[in-house]
Design a binder for this molecule. Structure first.
Ligand code: RP5
Length: 166
């Protein structure tokens, strides 16, 4: 199921932005990871190209509204994460979404090659889950409970991998 509606729980600390509703399936991976760790988020469709003013307004006001990390996914000429990062000093995690024409190489290169001064932490093409986990790792720097949960998640993953040996 693809969930696009905002998390209604109070005080979202992560913003999940996507350039188009067509990115939702990938962004949902990030949302599910946050949900698993009971971290509240809000989800918005905002485009660097189609809604530039609203995108900038949103990014500029995010810190003041209590957002701590922004995850931004876009495909093709994928400027969303960079534009958002340009107007906030919140950490911005970019997800290059696989495109129809160039399989996401265009998205990756548009997003990853930021000029010095405006960082975007770009994850893999369609790397929604890792974007969610990276956001959690950033939040865990000031949250021992979350840090412990992340350690447990890692341990469980390791056990699963080891058990899969035949
Ligand atoms: C980008 O263009 C979006 O992030 C999306 O990945 C891509 C295609 O958008 P649609 O034409 O499907 O709306 O802005």
């Amino acid at each position: 199921m693809i969930l696009l509606s905002s998390d209604k729980s109070s005080n979202p600390v992560v913003a999940i932005l996507m350039g188009s509703a067509s990115d939702a399936e990938i962004m949902e991976q990030a949302k599910q990871i946050l949900k698993e760790f009971e971290v509240s988020c809000e989800v918005k469709v905002l485009s660097a190209h189609r809604t530039p003013e609203q995108t900038i307004e949103y990014a500029k006001s995010a810190k003041g509204r209590g957002i701590k990390v922004i995850i931004a996914g876009a495909g093709g000429a994928a400027h969303l994460a960079g534009v958002v990062a340009a107007v906030t000093t919140l950490p911005v995690i970019g997800i290059p979404v696989k495109s129809k024409s160039l399989n996401g190489l265009d998205s990756l290169l548009s997003m990853v090659q930021m000029p010095a001064g405006i960082p975007v932490a770009t994850v893999a093409i369609d790397g929604g889950a890792n974007a969610g986990l990276l956001a959690l790792e950033i939040l865990a720097l000031n949250n021992p409970e979350l840090s412990t949960k992340l350690d447990a998640y890692r341990k469980k993953m390791q056990e699963k991998v080891l058990k899969s040996s035949v």
